[in-house]
Design a protein around this ligand. Sequence first.
Ligand code: PLP
Length: 381
Amino acid sequence: MIPFNKPFIIGNELKYIEQAVLSGKISGDGLFTKKCHSFFEKKYGFQKVLLTTSCTDALEMAAILCDLKPGDEVIVPSYTFVSSANAFALRGAKIVFADSYEDNPNVDPQSIASLITTKTKVIVPVHYAGVACDMEAIMKLAGDHNLFVVEDAAQAIDSYYIFADGTRKALGSIGHFATFSFHETKNIIAGEGGMLVINDSSFNERAEIIREKGTNRSAFFRGEINKYGWVDIGSSFLPSEIISAFLYGQLEHLDEIQGKRISIWNRYLEGLKEIVSQGKVSSPIIPTYGDNNAHMFYIVCQSIEERNQLIAHLKNKDIHSVFHYLSLNKSEYFLKNNVEIDIPFSDKFTDRLLRLPFYFELSESDQNLIINEILQFYESK
Ligand SMILES: *Cc1c(COP(=O)(O)O)cnc(C)c1O
């Protein structure tokens, strides 16, 4: 069976876990967590980074930092993972769903603009497949209406926004906050893991407190205060050193991981270019302002029936391909309290998008097998 995803080890992950354990400190914010923080701050120019136990936790921290009150509105794409919305629903916010572009699963700023009201507080762009949303348009809307922007950059490590003059800014460094995931399905993994990026330093102190159960323990450990206690709401969002040690082992090989993934991505595009140029399927859109971190290779089929037949065809050949998000406007939870609405382009990607197997150790021969089976499926179409 060729799986859809396969976690991998590339360097010193296990050695660093052993080191962490033998050092006598495996709770949070030890040596390896600090190494990871400074790695990300240096490499991507993030103002401040805090590792968390997941991207979901980082989103929940961002929602607390935005100080949402019940009734506040948060604009989230309908085509996204549950956590992009759930973190804000937990704070009592009303979730308002924006649509994708017709040819790109990312959220369309025009759809966002049409949904802004006096109650809107936050916009959550999700960089789908690691490809940038139109951050200039989104930051302009946020500036005009005094809104927070929380980038859900779960899939967007090592990806950039490219300005018209050619300058680049790492995704995650543009909004007020950004969240990343190191879940085993992402480019850089730690099993479960994530991080919050804070780009406005006025939130640094509160973010540390929220992450440490609502206490000022971080300042205490730095010797800035002589006792710590309960000063705010919060939870336990920090990962153990075991997670950070594994993650640091991966970070030391980030460029190699990314190079390999980009060659896998390019091989898919090259192998499938015939059926793309014949209009039988579409390949991912990378806008001029976007970069490709090779998080995912997907195709968009002509119909849900064709997409499902292709999944079945590949499964018959022991190849595991998967569809992706079920539009959140159609979710059981949303429909409990809301009437059903169509969000056409989000629904289109729900029905027609197919993700192909993609992992660091995917071999060229397995990939050729996958490509050939897809070409064969489309030969008769
Ligand atoms: C993976 C993912 C998440 C959740 O990440 P976890 O680390 O598993 O919490 C959130 N949003 C998007 C867009 C994702 O792809």
